[in-house]
Design a protein around this ligand. Structure first.
Ligand code: ATP
Ligand code: MG
Length: 113
């Protein structure tokens, strides 16, 4: 199992969700976060407005998937989030040791999706 963590631009969230649903990835955690990349957040365009400040608003997605879903999950995020501009975001892939559905106490692949 893998844990996919993606930091994306807030205005791309709806498109990323749509692309994820298209590949049947439906379980997702979304947080509002602050961050900056290589440009140190100096200036980026958000909803047509230039935003200035060291830390800019971003969306963090967490998606736990079985290994055979990793590729399509990453591709869906890229497809939904990419504009070609700096600040488009980044995807981190981590090995995931365990997953437990609390209600049923199922574990691993049974619990994840
Ligand atoms: N190495 C990192 N560690 C932790 N968070 C990061 C890292 N790189 C990027 N991020 C997070 O991802 C967000 C988007 O990063 P961003 O797309 O600006 O990356 P970048 O490396 O600066 O690439 P680009 O040159 O395309 O802008 C950042 O605001 C930050 O929250
Ligand atoms: Mg950047």
């Amino acid at each position: 199992m893998k844990l996919v963590i993606a930091i994306i631009q807030p205005h791309r969230l709806e498109q990323v969700k749509k692309e994820l649903y298209n590949v049947e990835v439906n379980l997702i955690t979304v947080s509002e976060v602050l961050g900056h990349g290589r440009q140190k957040g100096i200036t980026e365009v958000y909803r047509g407005v230039k935003e200035t400040g060291n830390l800019l608003r971003k969306i963090r997605l967490e998606i736990a998937v079985n290994d055979n879903f990793l590729d399509c999950t990453v591709k869906a995020i890229v497809k939904g989030a990419k504009t070609g501009a700096t600040g488009d975001g980044k995807i981190f892939v981590l090995d995931l040791q365990e997953c437990i559905r609390i209600r049923t106490e199922e574990t691993g692949s049974l619990a994840i999706g």
